[in-house]
Ligand binder design. Sequence first.
Ligand SMILES: [Zn+2]
Length: 412
Amino acid sequence: MEKQEIKNKLFSRLDKYCRIHTTSDPRSETYPSSKNQKDLARVLDKELKEIGMKNVSTDKYCYVTAFLPGNVKTKKTIAFLAHMDVSPAACGKGVKPKIHKNYKGGPIDINSKKGIILTPTNCPPLKEHIGDDIVTASGDTLLGADNKAGISIIMTAMEYLIKNPNLPRPNIKIAFTPDEEIGRGTEKFDVKKFAADAGYTFDGDLKGAVEAENFNADFVEINIKGKSVHPGTAKNAMANAARIAAEICSSWPENMTPENTDGYDGFIMFDEIKGNIENASLSGIIREHDIKKLKKMEKLLLKIIEEKKQKYPLSQININIKEQYRNMKSVIDKNPQVLSKLIKAVKKSGIEPVIKPIRGGTDGARLSFMGLPCPNVFTGGYNYHGPYEWISLDSMYLSYKTLINICEEWTN
Ligand SMILES: [Zn+2]
């Protein structure tokens, strides 16, 4: 009975939030990057007040925060976070969530007219969700379970804790943030003022997933100055910058590119190459979970550049490597309770934690280095950022239970 009631609440919230258009805009210079994120912020601000949260506020940058005082002796304050924006990679306007109850196996018709059909062949994890209630969009848009499922889970758990004051809980802080999808979700966030001891972003994917490691990330830019002369008299006199750029790119080992790596293997991806005989440039990203291996890859790249300098003495080649973000593991390792309590909480929900590295960065990673150790927790969704996105309401329920269990874990 109770499970069904919670699932109903989770669905009605997810449905409501997904219908509000909150696509973030990478070209915008404002905070939040798109005005429509404020529409969801207003709804959430009002709802947090209605369920009985304290100190509810929305600041000018669109951070919605709230507080729930603890009811045990511990002075610890634990935070739960989710982001309000959806990815600009697909249309996020006019989302109409659809519920497919009691999944029996086989295809799920998202929009057969458009040929958008979810099957166990194009998405094998579906097979593990027989009997679940599955939510999709309607074929024209993404769903936005990333990350409105996280908001629904947090909101529903807070409502439950407030209605059951006998359940032990630490001090709890909530933050709903804008612009995560464009990498700016924490830029204006005042971690000191927020003042929590540990945080959890509910922004993961598959059932049971716990993510406390992400990439170390650097950015590389290589500029090449060539020497242009008439091609008829170019022998031993020309340096073709464009050709040198292409050669650098193809000298990078294929087994260290994103197309050929997964799990803990790192890569360099050159994502822009442009130029002519006189000038050329290459830029790219460098990613690796292990900082020592990151530095080793960079050494290899520097060696390649050195070789090209020798080979093309008429050219000038400059390389510049800049730090982007670091693996939160180093912060979590110093605060092991943050992860061990999460793992216990997942197990207590009756599932085995799937501990996996993030092949990217998260708001949690940035927050960890700003002073709030912050692993990422599953919500139960798949195929984010496109029309095939789906989420299991039953997995959302397990994520919700994990959140309640995290609270209990922090009272002892
Ligand atoms: Zn997300």
